[in-house]
Ligand binder design. Structure first.
Ligand SMILES: C[S@@+](CC[C@H](N)C(=O)[O-])C[C@H]1O[C@@H](n2cnc3c(N)ncnc32)[C@H](O)[C@@H]1O
Length: 227
């Protein structure tokens, strides 16, 4: 059995989960706070988020962190999440837009059109090939020097979190649908050094669940046309 949820399965799961996604805050928020503290959102002009969920991070960025004229685009596969995020971001409808994904890693945005590419707790449910293609798209849509800002579930860092991981992995292998397809991964293993320069990398453990926070700058490709 394939351990990774297909886009259709992921869509079904998150359509059903809806606003209950925000209940995960008890272990997600400390890692997301770490990301926010190091991603210099106060100097961002344009943010793209892959798998924006209910729009909770977007609302926080737009309300407290981004410059007043910075724009935001969020993408999600789930109709329910798209509706929740659109409702939540109504106060910023002139500069924040939520789009529905077709489930592929393709991003229908021009080259070099954003200076932040954000994705929290999404890479840990994607298949490795999908992640590779998505990172290629992230590099394409980011301006040179733009920041890739990721958080995902990762392997335990303490005896307790290793034990939680030890229990989680067989559950994911056997019934990935039970855990929304999420499982511990090592984000840094996916970064190609010719594309990305790591800026900040750490692990945060909350309630026995470890998360990896990774921020990296997009390198200008040596072989790009204007180089
Ligand atoms: C665990 S939730 C995380 C949501 C949000 N980023 C957060 O941190 O609360 C995963 C999100 O990714 C979305 N998702 C899953 N597969 C996707 C895909 N192939 N394309 C776009 N979004 C996807 C789901 O609908 C869901 O909203």
């Amino acid at each position: 059995m394939d351990r990774y949820l297909s886009p259709e399965q992921a869509k079904r799961f998150y359509d059903r989960l809806g606003s209950r996604q925000d209940w995960q805050g008890f272990y997600e928020n400390p890692a997301i706070n770490e990301l926010v503290a190091h991603a210099a959102f106060d100097s961002a002009r344009s943010v793209f988020e892959f798998g924006c969920g209910t729009g909770s991070l977007a609302a926080r960025l737009l309300q407290h962190l981004l410059p007043a004229d910075a724009r935001y685009v969020g993408l999600d596969i789930s109709d329910t999440m798209v509706s929740l995020a659109q409702e939540r971001l109504k106060p910023w409808s002139d500069r924040a837009h939520i789009r529905q994904s077709d489930g592929s890693p393709r991003i229908l945005e021009p080259d070099r059109s954003f200076d932040r590419f954000v994705s929290t707790y999404v890479f840990d449910l994607l298949a490795p090939d999908f992640i590779d293609q998505l990172l290629s798209e992230a590099h394409r849509v980011l301006l040179p020097g733009g920041k890739l800002c990721l958080v995902s579930m990762t392997f335990g860092t303490s005896a307790f979190s290793r034990a939680v991981c030890w229990g989680w992995q067989p559950l994911w292998r056997l019934r990935p649908g039970i855990v929304g397809g999420c499982h511990p991964i090592e984000l840094s293993g996916y970064l190609r050094s010719e594309w990305w320069k790591p800026n900040h990398q750490t692990k945060v453990t909350s309630w026995g669940i470890s998360s990896e926070v990774l921020i990296a700058s997009a390198r200008k490709m040596e072989d790009s046309a204007d180089n």
